[in-house]
Design a protein around this ligand. Sequence first.
Ligand SMILES: [Zn+2]
Ligand SMILES: [Zn+2]
Length: 535
Amino acid sequence: MTDRSLPRAIRQAMPQAREVAVEVAKQYGVCIRPVPLKRLDVHTGRWEVVDVPCGATLDAKCPSCAKRNRQLRMAQCREGWHLDHEPAITPDEPTDEQRWLVKFRADLQARRDQAVSLGEDTADWDAAIEGVDAEIHEAGMRGNVLGHTVPKRTRSTRRRQDAPNLPKRKMANTTLGRTFRSSDGKVYRPSLFVTLTLPSYGKVRDGVPVDPETYDYARAARDALHFSKLVDRFVQNLRRVAGYDVQYFATVEPQKRLAPHLHMAIRGTLPRAEVKQIAAATYHQVWWPPTDKAVFDGDRLPIWQDGAGYLDPDTGEVLLTWDEALDQLDTDQDARPLHVIRLGDQVDVKGVLAGTPDADQCIRYLSKYLTKSLGDSLDTDNPAQRDHAARMVEALRFEPCSPTCSNWLRYGVQPKGAKPGMTPGACRSKAHKPDHLGYAGRRVLVSRKWSNKTLAEHRQDRRTWVVEALGQPDEPADPHRYVWKPLPAGDANVPPLAMRLLRSVAERQRWRAHMAQLRAEADGQDLSATEGRVA
Ligand SMILES: [Zn+2]
Ligand SMILES: [Zn+2]
């Protein structure tokens, strides 16, 4: 609180309490953007306000959470890369759904807040938030997984994307790679580190197109939008050729030219030439309605009518729904895919042995950019880079990012799940945002049988250890113990941020002091095992 009795000049010289709290919190690795949630403890019947670190909810993480997340990811990567036994796969924790909902809720809240700051109507967001709130509540009570499965469309066989012309081995029921025995009897378990890039869209120098006029921004935009699908195909092909259930830990990172590329740790090994052959043969077709002609733009836009959907503003005809447009595409013998995406020639394949400095370096490299968003690689001081990014955003403006994208209205098709208020060029999906530049997918892709643990379990590992070290009984967690409810922004039960941050810092300080004390007490005892886990 500012003391009003102080002279104004002194008051102004005092740093804001909030800023100080944020700085201190950062020093202690405490989340600086905690999300307050209401939590009902069903054992005690009491509601309380609990701060959840932003890293557990939002995609955009604060520096503290980003750092912690990166450490957890490195541990996860290290754990699975050179496994010499099959991982025992346990089903996901029952609280995964809650976590997802809470994350989704926080995301909606952020979007609503943004709409408010832009002076936009928030009715849509309010309705969505209300719906998710109800689900969070229900999920908490049941603690099981909802069966929301949408039946998948079956494409006509003509368009089935056949496996490209690649060698095919008989599938062995294993996730482990081959081992090699040297002449002196030593067993080696080599693995791979692969880097995949997208093709060239035009000559680039220092991350900037030499000729922006001829640089293929349209293609770059579509490739970024569909990149994750291409990665899926690559993995499918990889498994088919390798003949075993290949596992991977991969990260999607921005190149200087602002295109996504992929670093992938692969368990087991294949001949380098074969990996390159697989990359060259991998492609993905996007079977979406054509977008070569803008049917509606400017002031002439489709009109919403309750009960009917979007209408042609001139004729009053109802536009094709998403499903109708796909059906039409299926029956059209001459139809072509909207887009075909392939990998570029630049494929880097490197053999890596477990426990070598090389492996460590790869792991650091894999997680290097995890604390940044794709757009962060942008050098904002460089006008040419700024211009390049702006052109990319422009290319993404009217490009449909998904079946639900409002841009479909521009091409005369109702987006999947059409609702009132949709305008082409105003899709709110993050794919269109400068931070994402077309790639809205996950930054870390980990196959299911990579290690024995999910990221949540790695996090739990650390927590369990802390609880043990503090000498507290590690009671079995009851997944049904808590019911979470979101709090509306500005709820009076939430203390000011500065106070919450300082509280977290105090907690961390207490914990650190306790750890130091334990360590001092154990002086002389063998703590080497524990030390290893602290690092
Ligand atoms: Zn945070
Ligand atoms: Zn969109």
